[in-house]
Design a protein around this ligand. Structure first.
Ligand SMILES: Cc1cc2nc3c(=O)[nH]c(=O)nc-3n(C[C@H](O)[C@H](O)[C@H](O)COP(=O)(O)O)c2cc1C
Length: 260
């Protein structure tokens, strides 16, 4: 077991990029992915235990809270969490705090991967794509150094009741929205969409993706498609696509990444 362990969910790479950059500051860190059921849940030997996740519709991506509840930690280990979002962090930090009693937490705004809602550069404060990535890397360095020094946050994170309502409405909306996935003739049957789907919601039939409705709306399928052949309503055909520039498909789907 490494000295540090970070449990991470990432749909389009921002949170994994943040986790890797923080791990570089800490050294000797395992990043355990929570896109599917984590392959490691025993973190009792770790000195620092972290959680890095995005805000999805005011809450956590479906399944992340269940994954967190299955993780065992040493009560005296240092616990931290970082939420990424385009505008507001939602309830994720307070959920993590209820489960783990966080010593330290931070929010970092980054590009919005849900491009049927907003263009990816829509974030607070507004920044260009390159500017947002630069800021994220700068923030990761600062946050990583603070975690290494085991800094403590003064206040506990708070949940906003509006965000709670938003996140409870999201699963039904996601299911309905998933019926609008379409694939164009640009598809080259590479299967990337099926590989990156955290829910196994995409089946290839005669090499072409067929979409079910067990969808988180992470849009990894659409954003990582090398041909931009996948759409979710007309607006996604017009908007610039986005995934974190540093995170490849192979990395995103690894269950555990070790950083020395
Ligand atoms: C399905 C979905 C819902 C989102 N909902 C919110 C939200 O409610 N508030 C917000 O500020 N950002 C929201 N975002 C933006 C993400 O939190 C942001 O893009 C994050 O950096 C994505 O991290 P990832 O690349 O690791 O998946 C949403 C993104 C997606 C895909």
């Amino acid at each position: 077991m490494s000295e540090n362990i970070i449990f991470c969910y990432s749909g389009t790479g921002n949170c994994l990029d943040m986790a890797k950059n923080i791990a570089r500051e800490l050294g000797d860190t395992d990043i355990v992915m929570m896109r599917t059921t984590p392959t490691v849940t025993d973190a009792r030997a770790a000195k620092r235990v972290g959680f890095i996740f995005p805000c999805y519709a005011g809450g956590l991506p479906r399944g992340v809270e269940e994954s967190m509840n299955a993780i065992e930690t040493d009560p005296i280990s240092y616990k931290f969490a970082v939420a990424q979002c385009s505008a507001y962090p939602g309830t994720g930090l307070s959920i993590a705090n209820d489960i783990f009693h966080l010593d330290y937490w931070q929010v970092v705004t980054h590009q919005c991967s849900c491009i049927w809602l907003f263009p990816h550069t829509m974030m607070i404060p507004p920044l260009s794509a390159a500017g947002a990535q630069e800021r994220s890397e700068r923030e990761a360095k600062r946050i990583g150094q603070e975690i290494k020094a085991m800094k403590r946050s003064e206040k506990a994170p708070k949940a906003n009741p509006l965000n709670k309502a938003e996140s409870s409405a999201w699963p039904a909306l996601s299911k309905k929205k998933a019926k609008s996935f379409a694939v164009s003739s640009l598809c080259i049957s590479c299967g990337t969409c099926a590989r990156v789907c955290p829910k196994g919601n995409i089946r290839l039939i005669d090499g072409k993706p067929q979409f079910g409705t067990d969808c988180l709306q992470c849009l990894a399928c659409l954003q990582y498609c090398p041909q931009e052949a996948i759409s979710l309503g007309r607006i996604t055909q017009k908007r610039e696509h986005y995934h974190n520039p540093n995170i490849t498909v192979d990395e995103l789907i690894k269950p555990v990444i070790h950083i020395d």
